[in-house]
Design a binder for this molecule. Structure first.
Ligand code: HMG
Ligand code: MG
Length: 310
């Protein structure tokens, strides 16, 4: 399979950690529930393709996200492949954490919102109430020795509220990180960010006291900007990038959210720039083609489409 020509770019990091969200963010958005055995095979294929950090599932209310109601079953089916510091799961509340810890999970993610409307739609809480819900989750997870990521959604715009001021995002991000989280992921839930905005928010967060090496970026591709925004972030010093195999994804509670940045598309770009990700592009493309065949429609990823046609 064709690979990009190697032309290293100046002033970029030597490696980037890809945080793979296809199994969680991708499959939470499918109209039908993907069988648990297919999810387990998806995780195993991603591991075989060299992805080290894979978000496996969500311990949320099954009434809210029926697509991931099989979280327990999936973790059990995966055994050691589904556990460890590099297999985070989403846990919004005590109940979710309880379910995860009972299975031996040691890595979780809480997920807040920079806007009141999305906090209400996604968590049935105000921003302040969601922080109150998260506090005991983080404390208990930390007491159990777990690693905790904090997502903040709607960092670059909100479908109901429009523009989201940078200061508002910094305020929520600080409050989430002050709970004791290890990593912050900046969610562009509806894909409206542009590169200058990305740089401005990163600078504001660093000025606000958040370490650059703790910040990850999470772009959806609704407006076709996910890759350019990600590269802007990487050139600005970000070393953790969220992406979804084949470009699967979306959020059932955010109107106009489409797929995430496709893992293949960002791996192609980074590989060409001489930035190592540890991912075997050929194996990853084959995995996304296998999943697309199962789902009955082509993968959104341009690289998967181009390499499949070649
Ligand atoms: P609520 O209705 O306010 O919760 O929802 P509640 O505490 O009143 O409980 C209601 C019922 O749910 C009760 O059951 C609870 O036991 C049950 P009942 O007594 O009615 O039978 N319940 C649970 N069951 C299992 N596991 C749990 C759990 N919690 C409650 N953890 C809640 C509040 C937070 C639970 C709900 O709003 C929820 O589950 N939201 C999750 C929504 C979600 O998963 N969205 C997608 C992920 S976020 C995303 O995609 C964005 C991201 O990718 C970044 C980006 O792109 O920006 C991360
Ligand atoms: Mg997302």
């Amino acid at each position: 399979m064709r690979q990009p020509q190697l032309e290293p770019a100046a002033g970029t990091p030597q490696q980037v950690r890809i945080y793979e969200v296809g199994v969680r963010d991708g499959l939470q958005n499918e109209a039908t529930v993907v069988p648990v055995e297919v999810k387990a095979e998806f995780v195993r294929r991603l591991l075989a393709a060299g992805l080290k950090t894979i978000e496996v599932t969500s311990f949320v209310s099954p009434k809210w996200v029926p697509q991931l109601a099989d979280a327990e079953e999936l973790i059990r089916l995966l055994g050691a492949d589904g556990l460890g510091p590099d297999r985070p799961v989403l846990c919004p509340n005590d109940k979710g954490l309880e379910r995860a810890l009972a299975l031996g999970v040691t890595s979780i993610a809480i997920f807040g919102s920079a806007t009141e409307t999305f906090a209400s739609k996604n968590l049935n809480r105000t921003i302040a109430e969601s922080l109150t819900m998260f506090e005991p989750v983080v404390n208990r997870a930390k007491d159990a020795g777990a690693w905790v990521r904090a997502y903040v959604s709607m960092c670059f715009g909100d479908p109901w509220e429009g523009d989201v001021p940078v200061g508002q995002v910094v305020h929520v991000a600080r409050a989430m990180m002050d709970l004791g989280c290890d990593e912050l992921s900046l969610g562009d839930t509806i894909g409206v960010a542009t590169p200058g905005h990305v740089e401005r928010l990163i600078d504001a967060l660093v000025e606000g006291g958040i370490d650059l090496d703790k910040i990850a970026v999470h772009f959806h591709d609704t407006y076709g900007q996910a890759l350019s925004n990600t590269l802007a972030a990487v050139r600005h010093g970000i070393g953790i990038v969220d992406a979804s195999a084949g470009g699967l994804g979306g959020c059932p509670y955010a109107k106009s959210a489409t797929g995430n940045l496709a893992t293949e598309d960002v791996v192609w770009a980074l590989q060409g720039m001489g930035i190592s990700t540890g991912v075997d592009l050929t194996a990853l493309v084959e995995t996304s083609r296998w999943m697309a065949e199962y789902l009955g429609r082509p993968a959104p990823s341009r690289v998967v489409r181009a390499l499949s046609a070649a």
